[in-house]
Write a protein that binds this ligand. Structure first.
Ligand SMILES: CC(=O)SCCNC(=O)CCNC(=O)[C@H](O)C(C)(C)COP(=O)(O)OP(=O)(O)OC[C@H]1O[C@@H](n2cnc3c(N)ncnc32)[C@H](O)[C@@H]1OP(=O)(O)O
Ligand SMILES: O=C([O-])CC(=O)C(=O)O
Length: 391
């Protein structure tokens, strides 16, 4: 089918599109459909590489900090040492959260899912940003820093308020990752713990066009604001087919204590045609997720340091079961979950931590969408009736 584009205003771009051939094939889940142009990231599945603004994510995770990766995502280039220190300072300076946000969180039911609480908090924070409706690249860059700075506090203190605990203050003497882990565990982390947590934040920082990023871009494409777009992404990420899987992995691992028991749990689920959380991926599917390998390595180091090789061995055995039974590889969530458990992060905060890390990528996408916007408005393949009459 030729796209029917009416060229009433003589717009050259419209004429260009008129010439583009499309077909009317419906692709469920938009699998493999190219829905956006971006210079932020790309999953090069063949090369088994996640490209972030030209760099390999795994190489970044081995050599630089999350804050440097956030700078790369938001500004387009890796900051040097001075730039990194400046960004750390800016994030620390912007981390204070208005008391009114905590008051709102104090009024939501204690059982509220922590992603719902986080979405509420991000949504309410919009009203405090004086540049909310300025969608210029410069204003979006400043908003991204303000939001990224506050999300760790919203994640941790949202949970603490709902759990009846006092809020915990940020520690200006720690790095972004060190302070975040300190707040999550109420304990200054050991260097190995901080490094591994930092790597996990890089692993989660950005991943091309997953459901949540697509949701954020769709929202931003109406020229709605950054907070609204990120709040939409929170809803998307909560689902267990996406970010919610890291918590679901932990629930599954909690059902077993030995490799044999985990195998039995997995086989039981497969026999009942249930999905095994932390396995499979829309883009990688039959290839390894490079981030899962990174987190598996991190789990090995952490398990050794904490005398929990049993946990590593059980997870490794679970991976072998899925390879044998379904030919499926683990995704990032499968190994991030036990890493977070060993770091002492409360399970209900696993997915909120994912969102906190992804805030850098999401804000970069919102800015990019605003800068070169075209409204998302696809069509449907209608399957309902027609021609019904009222009488
Ligand atoms: C950081 C992230 O967000 S990564 C994703 C986190 N999510 C999870 O870990 C949840 C578990 N995984 C899944 O449910 C899926 O692999 C998804 C949602 C991630 C991707 O799913 P899709 O691209 O829609 O794959 P689809 O559903 O078509 O699956 C293809 C086949 O693999 C099977 N499959 C895929 N994942 C799994 C799984 N985790 N457990 C069991 N079988 C699976 C499907 O049953 C299907 O088998 P079939 O062809 O015999 O019917
Ligand atoms: O890419 C996806 O579909 C999901 C994912 O791994 C991520 O968002 O990190």
């Amino acid at each position: 089918m030729i796209a029917r584009v009416v060229d009433q205003d003589g717009n050259a771009k419209r004429r260009e599109r008129e010439a583009i051939m499309t077909d009317d094939r419906y692709v469920p889940g938009l699998e493999n459909v190219i829905a956006s142009e971006t210079n932020i990231s790309y999953l090069d599945v063949e090369a088994e590489q996640i490209v972030l603004r030209g760099y390999d994510l795994i190489e970044l995770a081995r050599s630089v900090s999350y804050v440097e990766v956030a700078g790369l995502l938001l500004n387009g280039s890796l900051p040097d040492g001075k730039g990194r220190d400046l960004l750390e300072e800016q994030l620390s300076a912007a981390s204070a959260i208005p008391d009114a946000i905590y008051d709102i969180l104090a009024h939501v039911p204690a059982g509220t899912h922590r992603m719902d609480a986080l979405r509420t908090a991000i949504s309410a924070l919009a009203g405090f940003d004086g540049e909310l409706e300025d969608h210029s690249a410069e204003a979006n860059g400043r908003k991204a820093i303000r939001l990224l700075a506050k999300v760790p506090g919203l994640v941790v203190n949202g949970h603490r308020i709902l759990s009846g605990q006092p809020v915990i203050e940020t520690r200006g003497d720690l790095s972004f990752a060190g302070n975040f882990l300190f707040m999550l565990t109420a304990k200054v982390p050991e260097p190995l713990e901080e490094r591994i947590f930092d790597q996990s934040l890089i692993a989660y920082s950005e991943h091309e066009l997953p459901n949540s990023t697509f949701a954020a871009r769709v929202i931003a494409s109406t020229m709605s604001d950054m907070y609204g777009a990120v709040a939409g992404a929170v809803s998307s990420l909560k689902g267990y087919l996406h970010g919610g899987a890291n918590e679901a992995v932990m629930a599954m691992l909690g059902e077993a204590a030995t490799p044999g028991e985990l195998e039995a749990v997995m086989l039981g689920k497969l026999a009942r045609k249930e999905r095994i959380m932390g396995f499979g991926h829309r883009v990688y599917m039959r290839k390894p997720d490079p981030r899962a390998l990174l987190m598996k390595e991190a789990l090995a180091r952490l398990a050794e340091a904490k005398g929990r090789q049993d946990l590593y061995e059980m997870c490794d055995a679970g991976e072998a079961v899925m390879k044998r039974e379904k030919g499926l590889y683990p995704n990032l969530d499968y190994y991030a979950a036990p890493v977070y458990a060993l770091l002492g992060i409360p399970v209900p905060l696993f997915t909120p931590v994912f969102l906190a890390a992804r805030t850098a990528g999401l804000c970069a996408h919102v800015s990019e969408q605003h800068a070169g916007n075209r409204l998302f408005r696809p069509r449907v393949s209608y399957t309902g009736p027609r021609g019904l009459r009222l009488s």
